[in-house]
Design a protein around this ligand. Structure first.
Ligand code: DQA
Length: 150
């Protein structure tokens, strides 16, 4: 089972970006932890990070043509702005879990709204890097039950 893990803008800065909010782990370290969890779950992961909205859309579209069974995405600030990203996720109809390191509902009001949430199978936020592992477990379990995208 192939899972695509996408990180959006500024998440390449993890480790040195606002550590009080996002923690001290780098994106590479988080991906390393995910690889270990994926081995236990017997699934394979592909990683993609971009600061560019169009590149994220293109990668999601490409997932429809490869063997991607599910997507885990932290869209960063595009969560709160991008109808195009939401349309890409609903367009490919690949079950997708939305992840945020911080609790977006406990921060500035503009972060509380996610354009993606309504087309995601679920949202994990507020658990730091652990949230990516929680998303992986939840998504794989859902896929193994044969549940489709919402
Ligand atoms: C974030 C939350 C967003 O509001 C913010 O723009 C990010 C990171 C998170 O992981 O907590 O870039 O998605």
């Amino acid at each position: 089972m192939q899972i695509l893990v996408i990180n959006g803008p500024n998440l390449n800065l993890l480790g040195r970006r606002e550590p009080g909010v996002y923690g001290s782990m780098t994106l590479a370290e988080i991906e390393g932890e995910m690889v270990k969890a994926a081995q236990d779950l017997q699934v394979s992961l592909t990683f993609f990070q971009s600061n560019h909205e169009g590149a994220l859309l293109d990668r999601i579209h490409a997932a429809a043509a490869d063997d991607t069974a599910g997507i885990i995405i932290n869209p960063g600030a595009f969560t709160h702005t991008s109808i195009a990203l939401r349309d890409a996720v609903s367009g490919v109809a690949i079950p997708t879990v939305e992840v945020h390191l911080s609790n977006i509902h406990a921060r500035e009001a503009f972060r509380a709204h996610s354009y993606l949430a309504a087309v995601a199978v679920g949202q994990v936020c507020g658990f730091g890097p652990q949230g990516y592992l929680m998303a992986l477990c939840g998504l794989v379990s859902r896929l193994r039950k044969g549940l489709a995208a919402p």
